[in-house]
Design a binder for this molecule. Structure first.
Ligand code: DHB
Ligand code: MG
Length: 221
C-alpha cells in the first residue's frame, strides 16, 4: 500500500501544490546535510496548515518542534508580512539546521527560533506575551499532554491548535505498546476529551508519503 499512497501524494502534489523554490531548497538543503526526510510534513499537509492559517486570518503562530524548518516555511508562507512565528526545537543539531534553512529562505514575516525544551521555553515566556492565533504542536509525542495545556494557556478564544502524528500507524491501539511517545498520545486524547478550554476538537487518520498517521485539531473556547 505504501507505494500507492506515495504515488497518490505525488499526484496530489503535482496537480494542487504550486512549485515553491524556497520549499524545495529547504528539503534539498536538509537532505544535503544528511538529515532524514520522514520527520517533515508532506507538502499536501503543509498546504493544509497554510490554509487553516489563511482561513482564520492568523498573524501570530507558535510551532513546537522546528526540526529542519520545512513546516516553518509553510507557516510563514501563510502569513502577512507583519506576521510572527515563534518556533522551538529541543535538539541543537536540528535547531542549527532549522536556523540555516530559515536564514536561506529570506522570509517576510518575522521568524524567531528558540532552542530548548518547548515546555521550558513556554513557561519562561513573559506573562504579557500576546496570545497566538495558530499553534502547530509537532515536537516529542511523549510531552503532548503537557504541551497542549501550555499552549491552551497561550491561546485566545478561536485559536486553532493542530497536533501532528497522533495515530502512529495504529500503535495507539496496541495495548502492548507502552512506549512513552504512545502513552503520551493516549493521554493527549484523554485530556482533549471534554477539556473545559476546548470548544471543539477531532482527529483524522491520514495515509500518504509519510505512511499511516494522523492529526488532531482543536478550537479554543
Ligand atoms: C516522527 C515525528 C514527526 O513529527 C513526524 O512528522 C513523523 C515522524 C517520529 O518521531 O518518528
Ligand atoms: Mg510531525
Amino acid at each position: 500500500m505504501q507505494q500507492m499512497w506515495t504515488e497518490l501524494d505525488q499526484y496530489i502534489e503535482s496537480h494542487l501544490i504550486p512549485e515553491d523554490p524556497i520549499l524545495t531548497q529547504t528539503l534539498e538543503n536538509t537532505a544535503a546535510h544528511g538529515f532524514p526526510d520522514h520527520l517533515a510534513v508532506a507538502a499536501n499537509q503543509g498546504m493544509l496548515l497554510q490554509m487553516l492559517i489563511q482561513m482564520n486570518n492568523c498573524k501570530r503562530v507558535l510551532e513546537l518542534g522546528t526540526f529542519a524548518a520545512y513546516s516553518t516555511v509553510w507557516l510563514a508562507r501563510a502569513l502577512p508580512e507583519d506576521g510572527y512565528i515563534l518556533t522551538m526545537e529541543g535538539r541543537d543539531t536540528h535547531a542549527a539546521m532549522g536556523q540555516e534553512n530559515i536564514d536561506r529562505a529570506n522570509l517576510k514575516p518575522t521568524v524567531e527560533l528558540k532552542c530548548g525544551r518547548a515546555a521550558d521555553i513556554l513557561r519562561a515566556l513573559p506573562e504579557d506575551t500576546e496570545a497566538f492565533d495558530f499553534i502547530f504542536i509537532d515536537a516529542d509525542k511523549q510531552s503532548y499532554p503537557e504541551y497542549l495545556e501550555l499552549c491552551l494557556a497561550r491561546s485566545h478564544s478561536g485559536t486553532v491548535i493542530f497536533l501532528d502524528n497522533v495515530i502512529r500507524a495504529g500503535a495507539l491501539l496496541d495495548e502492548n505498546n507502552k512506549k512513552p511517545s504512545i502513552e503520551g498520545l493516549r493521554d493527549m486524547f484523554s485530556l482533549m476529551q471534554n477539556h473545559p478550554k476546548i470548544l471543539s476538537c477531532t482527529a483524522l487518520q491520514t495515509v500518504g508519503s509519510k505512511g499511516h498517521d494522523g492529526f488532531a485539531l482543536a478550537i479554543v473556547k
